[in-house]
Design a binder for this molecule. Structure first.
Ligand code: NAD
Length: 505
């Protein structure tokens, strides 16, 4: 296989991504040619990269001579033939199949037989893009994340014709550039854009049902350790972009109902409420900052009854509830065999969600004073959604959130919906990751790395799975499926197998 270290690299497309890729390549010691069809674009990018390198040197992040040497290795070219001796061509032009394919034909003519050709496409099939190349074996996806110099993740994407040795060489190169590469098979969304879909889709579903406000949804997911909630993140990405990715996933999977785009988001796009960039999306922005009315902190209406409290079920959440209650000076009785996790207070129950709404559990158990709370997946105290059964008495409605506050959470009451906010979102993220692994898109380790580095998730989907347990994840999905019907919440065969195995353990 071609040895790529130190060899010339051609970057085609001098936009946001191409400039970043050229900067990283030159900093890693490669002579870099930058080419763009827009007159002056490549020259402009060379200047911008030079300024960025100088700024890094001024801040002491790189040595001034390293910055100067990196700038000297960069060259804007007007003809692809000027890069005839390059060992790798990375394409980062407009996201258009026909335009990219036409370019590869030109690149193949300009470069040598041994030159590898990589695309930074975020959504197009590597197999389809490679069609028409004289040698599709040398073609591979090299998917960087924005901003390229800062984001560690690179998805190395193989199409059906990609030579495994080419994918291995690109992986080694990405590592030499200081990145963390993960191997993926070319399927819609690759790893990150695919597994992340439910993060947005579940929030949009809650909005469509009018179960919660954007600020409530965001607070709950921030409480679960995400840096940003899905509503503020969609506003940042732009609803047009986010909607287009979901539509393309849906189309590319032949209309799989798992990926049905949201009517709520379509309407935002139709109204031009695209998010931060238009000053309005799910939130309003003034001078680029969200206009927020702060939620008042929860204040209990009065003292809670001084009775013993039973903690039901097993596992980390039950243990955590028992510890918190003891810490608050409460007498705790453990009831490990009850089949649900939560707290019993006299004749009332506060249950960890199993995917069913509180009213559904109340109806099925005959327990009128019932509330459910969301999955506390992060260790720390934080916002936690809860809802009350329609049958609950007025006193339980005021006491349930006070018990949650005593347990160390900031209770956020939402409408009585299935799987509340975090449980349904995390279950679906795990489910999507499980399907990706089942279908040979990537390994579980790659999925965890990709989600932590590509979109800053606080944990990988398989780390959550280990903590939560496949049986519980499947239970939540099945209850969601029973309520919503229609494929969206079908459990991955991978998860079912893990749950059956765990059940036998
Ligand atoms: P951009 O619009 O900033 O830059 C694209 C550049 O390509 C422009 O300068 C344009 O003049 C040039 N160009 C267009 N057609 C060309 C051609 N035939 N030959 C040479 N140059 C041509 O776009 P971007 O955001 O840098 O995205 C580039 C690619 O990277 C796309 O495939 C996109 O999907 C992918 N990507 C983007 C992001 C992101 O966050 N922006 C992240 C990952 C991947």
């Amino acid at each position: 296989m071609t040895e790529l270290a130190g060899r010339p690299v051609l970057v085609v497309g001098a936009g946001i991504m191409g400039s970043g890729i050229a900067q990283v390549a030159t900093q890693a010691g490669h002579p870099v040619f930058l080419y763009d069809t827009r007159p002056g674009a490549a020259q402009g990018a060379v200047r911008t990269i030079g300024a960025a390198l100088e700024a890094l040197a001024a801040k002491g992040r790189i040595a001034p001579e390293a910055a100067r040497a990196a700038v000297a290795r960069l060259r804007a070219i007007d003809r692809l033939e000027d890069a005839a001796d390059c060992a790798l061509a990375v394409e980062a032009i407009v996201e258009d199949l026909a335009a990219k394919r036409a370019l590869y034909r030109e690149v193949e003519q300009a470069v040598g037989q041994g030159c590898l050709i990589a695309s930074n496409t975020s959504s197009l099939s590597i197999t389809a893009l490679g069609q028409g190349l004289r040698n599709p074996g040398r073609f591979v996806g090299m998917h960087f994340f924005n901003p390229v110099p800062l984001m560690k993740l690179v998805e190395v994407v193989s199409g059906l014709e990609t030579d495994p040795a080419v994918a291995a060489a690109i992986e080694a190169l990405a590592r030499a550039w200081g990145k963390v590469p993960v191997q993926a098979r070319s399927t819609p969304g690759f790893i990150v854009n695919r597994i992340a879909r439910p993060f947005y889709a579940e929030a949009l579903m809650l909005l469509q049902e009018r179960a919660a406000e954007p600020a409530q949804i965001d607070a709950c997911l921030r409480g679960a350790g995400f840096r940003m909630g899905p509503c503020e993140l969609m506003d940042l990405i732009g609803h047009d972009t986010n909607f287009a990715v979901t539509q393309s996933m849906h189309a590319a999977s032949f209309g799989d109902r798992r990926y049905v785009p949201s009517a709520v988001q379509r309407e935002l796009v139709e109204a031009g409420r695209l998010g931060r960039k238009t000053g309005r999306g799910l939130y309003e922005y003034r001078d680029g900052l969200p206009v927020r009315t702060d939620r008042p902190s929860f204040v209990p209406a009065g003292p809670l009854p001084e009775c013993p409290v039973s903690v039901h079920g097993r596992g980390p959440v039950a243990d955590r509830l028992a510890d918190a209650l003891r810490h608050a000076g409460r007498q705790v009785v453990r009831v490990r065999e009850s089949g649900w996790v939560g707290v019993g207070v006299e004749s009332a129950e506060l249950r960890l969600t199993d995917g069913r709404p509180a009213t559904c559990v109340a109806g099925e158990t005959g327990q009128r004073d019932l509330a459910v709370f969301d999955l506390p997946i992060a260790d720390g105290a934080g916002a936690l959604a809860w809802s009350c059964a329609d049958t609950a008495s007025g006193s339980w409605r005021t006491d349930a959130p006070a018990w949650l506050a005593l347990l160390g959470f900031e209770p956020i009451e939402i409408e009585d919906t299935a799987g509340l906010v975090v449980a349904r979102t995390v279950a679906m993220l795990i489910n999507e990751a499980a399907d990706a692994v089942q279908q040979g898109v990537c390994t579980a380790e790659a999925a965890d790395l990709a989600m932590k580095l590509g979109v800053n998730y606080p944990a990988g989907p398989f780390e959550w799975l280990d903590r939560w347990g496949a049986g519980e994840v499947v239970r939540v999905l099945r209850n969601l499926d029973a309520l919503y019907r229609g494929e969206r919440y079908r459990a991955s065969p991978y998860l079912l197998r893990r749950a059956w195995t765990d059940g036998m353990a």
